[in-house]
Write a protein of this length. Structure first.
Length: 143
């Protein structure tokens, strides 16, 4: 009698496959968002008269400071996005934390560059959803 030692076929639900594709897309979006944050940071550091000046704003920083914040955060987000594309669990956890931080910083940067800040926050919400989905990274489904 021969035993079949092949692993059982895994049934993918349509929502699980969609979430796995969402995770891949989230990794790509994190790379793009990180690079765009790097460019946003370079623009603030190199010549801080690119962004509009705001009057009295509670979270008003020097634009060079905002440039450094966006530059550093962008590099770290891009690294986490690369980790997600490689399937590293640390990339997923770091991605959720970093993109949450990106939402916060983009909200604080809203008066300087409103349309890009809103767009970046929307992308970040999608990334959090995709990374927080249960079927991401091909984990076994519970029977």
């Amino acid at each position: 009698m021969s035993q079949n030692t092949a692993p059982p076929r895994r049934q993918h639900s349509s929502s699980g496959a969609w979430a796995a594709g969402g995770t891949l897309f989230a990794g790509v979006l994190m790379l793009v968002t990180g690079l765009m944050d790097v460019f946003q940071g370079i623009a603030g550091i190199a010549k801080d008269d690119i962004y509009t000046r705001v009057g009295d704003y509670v979270f008003k920083f020097n634009l060079t400071t905002w440039g450094w914040i966006h530059l550093i955060l962008g590099v770290i987000i891009a690294i986490a996005g690369y980790g997600i594309l490689k399937g590293a669990e640390w990339g997923r956890v770091a991605g959720i934390a970093l993109v949450s931080l990106n939402i916060l910083f983009q909200f604080l940067f809203l008066p300087y560059h409103p349309w890009w800040a809103l767009f970046s926050m929307a992308i970040s919400v999608f990334v959090i959803w995709a990374l927080a989905t249960d079927d991401a990274y091909g984990r076994d489904e519970r029977l």
